[in-house]
Ligand binder design. Structure first.
Ligand SMILES: [Zn+2]
Length: 287
């Protein structure tokens, strides 16, 4: 705990804060205070101030927008889960109602993704940080526009292949949402907390693994016959065996495993986002 706290500000030989640092609760100068103690004026835990010591130099309008975007993400994700969980556990009859709840949640979540990918004016316009935000937004816009065109053109005589357009648009939009999430994680990593980077990295790895599993599953379901005959033709016996094994696992034994993993990750994301929005609000306070 003290290691991470001391990394963000200078400490003197006695381990007390050795620079001017306004308490995020009341603005009191915490110089000479114990980095693990509480503010002598308002009682706010000093680590809370230390966690956002660097984030507080960011543009306050940008911080407000990020906090607002984070709020939309929290409410949107919670609403999606509210509709999704009863649909998953018990096949309740009001499916239309639940679908509407999920749709409202998804739109709210998307608004959050757009707000949170606002460029940080404190970074160079062409920094990797801001480019990631632009790419995520572009992918989300292409996804939304493509889906709307597919819905509008949905007629049997339509000259557009609406089904393919809808599927590819949804994929591009999903990649954009992942980009927005990656951008959010980059902001979260500016909070100076000793354990947080490990949590974020762990989350990122499990999420990547889940998506990889999902991709492998859809490729196997679509092209298993072709892959299998190709492997036979090339005489790749061992590889063919593992291909069969993977297909059996993902197609017959645990077809919904990647979706369950995604659901668990979505539930775990919720407290992480709440924690993050509190930190951004702390950083944006003007005292
Ligand atoms: Zn205070």
């Amino acid at each position: 705990m003290s290691e991470g706290a001391s990394a963000s500000v200078k400490l003197d030989a006695q381990g007390r804060i050795a620079e001017d640092l306004a308490c995020i609760g009341c603005g009191y100068n915490l110089r000479t205070a114990n980095p693990r103690g509480r503010c002598p004026e308002c009682g706010t835990a000093t680590p809370r101030t230390l966690w956002v010591a660097r984030l507080r130099f960011c543009d306050p309008r940008w911080l407000r927008r990020i906090a607002k975007g984070g709020g939309y993400l929290i409410v949107g994700l919670a609403t999606v889960l509210l509709g999704l969980l009863p649909l998953t556990f018990v096949q309740l009859p009001p499916i239309l109602l639940l679908a509407a709840v999920i749709a409202v949640g998804a739109v709210t979540f998307l608004i959050g993704c757009f707000l949170i990918t606002t460029h940080d004016p404190g970074q160079k316009p062409l920094s990797a940080f801001n480019i990631l935000a632009t790419l995520a937004r572009a992918a989300m816009i292409i996804g939304i526009v493509g889906t709307l065109i597919a819905i509008a053109a949905r007629r049997p005589t339509s000259p557009v292949d609406t089904e393919n357009l809808a599927i590819s648009s949804l994929w591009i939009g999903a990649i954009g949402v992942l980009g927005a999430l990656a951008y959010t994680f980059q902001i979260v990593l500016r909070v100076q907390h000793p354990v947080l980077p490990w949590i974020i990295r762990g989350f990122g790895w499990v999420l990547s693994l889940t998506l990889l599993l999902l991709a492998v599953q859809s490729i196997l379901m679509e092209y298993m016959a072709e892959l299998s005959s190709y492997f036979n033709m090339m005489g790749w016996r061992t590889a063919g065996f593992y291909l069969e094994l993977a297909y059996d696992y993902l197609h017959y034994d645990y077809p919904s495993a990647p979706w369950w993993m995604l659901l668990v990750l979505a539930i775990l994301l919720e407290p992480l986002l709440v924690w993050f929005v509190i930190r951004v609000r702390d950083a944006g306070k003007r005292l």
